[in-house]
Design a protein around this ligand. Structure first.
Ligand code: PGA
Length: 256
C-alpha cells in the first residue's frame, strides 16, 4: 500500500473571517509535522483567497467545495469557474457531494461535467459517491455506487483517475454521528477499487479513496487502518482544530 494518505476538511457553509483565521492558524501550528500526508482545506468560496494566503508557505493545500460545469467564463450568474479557483490557489475541488446532489439537483451527468471541467482547469477533483440509508437497506449500495462512478468512468475514461480522488460518503453517515464500521468501509472501498481495476488495475491501485461520514478523532484510526481506506473527507470535525489535527495524525500513522 503506497498510496499517500489524504485528509480533506470540508467546511461546508460555515466560516467567518476571524473564525477562519484562528482555525487555520491552529491547524497550521499543530499539523506542521505531518509531512507524509496531503492535507486539504476546503472553505466556502468567499474565503478561498484569504485562507489560501494563510496556507502559503505551508504544505497544506486549498480546495473548493464546488465549481461550475462550464469550461469558459461568461454569463452564468452566481457560478464560479475552475480557472478562478486555480487563480486563487485551489489545487482540488470537491465534486458531487451528496448535499449538492440531494439539495441542488446535481445529476450524475452534471457531476461528471464538473469533474471533467475541473481537470481541464488543472484541479484535482474529489469525486463524492455514496448511497442513502434506504438504498443500503434495500441492498442497492453497489448498484448506486457503480452508477455514480460509472457516469464519470464512462465519459472521462479510466486515465482521468490518475489525477482524481474518490470519496466514499454514505449519506446516512454524514453529519449524523453514525459512522460506517471499518468493515463496511473496507468492503465498500474494495468494491469501488474493483470497479476501477476492471478498467485498469494499475490506476486502480494508485487512486486514493477517502472515507467520509462522521469521521472523528476517536474513529479515524480504525477506519484509516483498512487497506483500501486512504484517508478521510471530514465535515463537522474539520471545524475544530484539535479534532482535525488528531484525524490528520491518524492518517500520518497509517503511512508509517
Ligand atoms: P461529516 O461530513 O464529517 O460532518 O459527517 C462529511 C462530509 O459531508 O463531507
Amino acid at each position: 500500500m503506497n498510496r499517500r494518505a489524504m485528509v480533506a476538511g470540508n467546511w461546508k457553509m460555515n466560516g467567518a473571517r476571524d473564525f477562519n483565521t484562528s482555525l487555520v492558524h491552529d491547524i497550521l501550528f499543530d499539523a506542521r509535522g505531518f509531512t507524509d500526508i496531503d492535507i486539504v482545506i476546503c472553505p466556502p468560496a468567499p474565503y478561498l483567497d484569504s485562507v489560501g494566503r494563510q496556507l502559503e508557505g505551508s504544505s497544506l493545500q486549498l480546495g473548493a467545495q464546488n465549481l461550475c460545469e462550464q469550461e469558459k467564463q461568461g454569463a452564468f450568474t452566481g457560478e464560479i469557474d475552475g480557472s478562478m479557483l486555480r487563480d486563487v490557489g485551489c489545487a482540488y475541488s470537491i465534486v458531487g457531494h451528496s448535499e449538492r446532489r440531494a439539495l441542488y439537483g446535481e445529476t450524475d451527468v452534471r457531476v461528471m461535467e464538473k469533474f471533467r471541467t475541473g481537470q481541464v482547469h488543472g484541479l484535482t477533483p474529489i469525486l463524492c459517491i455514496g448511497e442513502t440509508l434506504d438504498e443500503r437497506e434495500s441492498g442497492q449500495t453497489e448498484a448506486v455506487l457503480a452508477r455514480q462512478l460509472g457516469a464519470v468512468l464512462d465519459a472521462c475514461g479510466i486515465a482521468a483517475f490518475k489525477q482524481a480522488v474518490i470519496a466514499y460518503e454514505p449519506v446516512w453517515a454524514i453529519g449524523t454521528g453514525r459512522t460506517a464500521t471499518p468493515d463496511q468501509a473496507q468492503q465498500t472501498h474494495a468494491f469501488i477499487r474493483a470497479q476501477l481495476a476492471a478498467a485498469d488495475a494499475k490506476i486502480a491501485g494508485s487512486t486514493r479513496i477517502l472515507y467520509g461520514g462522521s469521521v472523528k478523532a476517536d474513529n479515524a484510526e480504525a477506519l484509516f487502518k483498512c487497506p483500501d481506506v486512504d484517508g478521510g473527507l471530514i465535515g463537522g470535525a474539520a471545524l475544530k482544530a484539535g479534532e482535525f489535527v488528531a484525524i490528520c495524525a491518524a492518517a500520518q500513522a497509517r503511512n508509517k
